[in-house]
Design a binder for this molecule. Structure first.
Ligand code: NDP
Length: 237
C-alpha cells in the first residue's frame, strides 16, 4: 500500500461517493488529509471524525472561495479534484444556468484549483482530476454538456503536465465509468442501460477508484503524467 505519511493532501469534493473513498484511502495511508464539501455538512463531519481529516466548506463554483481554500493549505503534495456535477437531459429544454454551474464546477474549478495548488506545491507533487469515460464515449442522448466538461479536462491535463513537469509534478485525469454513488446508484433507473455498454457488467465501487488515485499519487506513479487513466469496466472499449 502506498505510504502517504506526512504528505499534505487536499481532496476537493470529499464528503460523499468517490471523493469520500479517496479521503479514506489517503487517510489510511497516513496522509494529512483535508477535504471540501458544498452542502453535506453532516456527512462531511462524520467523515472527518472517522478519518481524522479536516472538513472545509468551500463551493467549487465560487472561484474566490476555491482559490483561497487551496492557497490556505500551503505546500500541498497531492491535490485531487473530484467535485463534480451531472446535468443530463434534452439540451433544448435544460436550464442554461444549471449547465453553466456544471461548467463552473467541472471545468473552471479544476483549472483554477490546479494552478493555485501548483504555485506552492512541493516538487514531485501530484495533481489528479476525476474526469469521466464520457470524455471519450457518450453512448446515450442527453449528456452532451456533461461530456463537454469532462473532455475539457483532457486538454487541461495534457497542457499542465508540460507546464509543471520540470518540477516533477504530475498531472493526470482518472476517468471512471459507472461507479456506485449518490450521483449514479448501482440500483438506479439507468443502471441496466449502462451495464449494457460494459464488458464487466457492474458499477465500480468507489474504493476501486480511490486505489487508482493512490497508485498515481504514490512513488510508482512518478512517470505517469499528461494521461487519462480510464477505469470503466470496458464502457469505452
Ligand atoms: P456524488 O454526487 O456522489 O458526490 C459528489 C461530491 O462532490 C460530494 O462530496 C459533493 O459535496 C462534492 N461537490 C459537488 N459539488 C460541489 C461544489 N460545488 N463544491 C464542493 N464540493 C462539491 O458524485 P460521485 O462521487 O459519483 O462523483 C465524483 C466525481 O466522479 C465527479 O466529478 C463525477 O463527475 C465523476 N464521475 C462519477 C461517475 C459515477 O458513475 N459516479 C462516473 C464518472 C465520473 P456535497 O456532499 O457537499 O454536495
Amino acid at each position: 500500500m502506498s505510504d502517504f505519511t506526512g504528505k499534505n493532501v487536499l481532496v476537493l469534493g470529499g464528503s460523499r461517493g468517490i471523493g469520500a473513498a479517496i479521503v479514506r484511502r489517503f487517510a489510511k495511508g497516513g496522509g494529512k488529509v483535508a477535504f471540501t464539501y458544498a452542502g453535506s455538512k453532516d456527512a462531511a463531519a462524520a467523515l472527518a471524525a472517522e478519518t481524522g481529516g479536516e472538513a472545509i466548506r468551500a463551493d467549487s463554483a465560487d472561484r474566490d472561495e476555491l482559490v483561497r481554500t487551496v492557497a490556505d493549505r500551503g505546500k500541498l503534495d497531492v491535490i485531487i479534484i473530484n467535485a463534480g456535477a451531472l446535468v443530463l437531459g434534452d439540451p433544448l429544454t435544460l436550464d442554461a444556468d444549471a449547465i453553466d454551474r456544471m461548467i463552473d464546477i467541472n471545468v473552471r474549478a479544476p483549472y483554477h484549483a490546479s494552478i493555485e495548488a501548483a504555485r506552492r506545491m512541493n516538487d514531485n507533487g501530484r495533481i489528479i482530476v476525476i474526469g469521466s469515460v464520457n470524455a471519450d464515449r457518450m453512448p446515450f442522448a442527453g449528456g452532451a454538456a456533461y461530456a463537454l466538461t469532462k473532455s475539457a479536462i483532457q486538454g487541461m491535463v495534457r497542457g499542465l503536465a508540460r507546464d509543471f513537469g520540470e518540477r516533477g509534478i504530475t498531472v493526470n485525469s482518472i476517468q471512471p465509468g459507472p461507479t456506485d454513488s449518490d450521483m449514479n446508484p448501482a440500483d438506479g433507473p439507468m443502471a441496466a442501460t449502462m451495464h449494457s455498454f460494459m464488458a464487466i457488467k457492474r458499477h465500480a465501487r468507489a474504493d476501486e477508484i480511490a486505489e487508482l488515485a493512490a497508485y498515481i499519487a504514490g512513488p510508482h506513479g512518478a512517470m505517469i503524467t499528461g494521461s487519462m487513466q480510464t477505469i470503466d469496466g470496458g464502457f469505452g472499449a
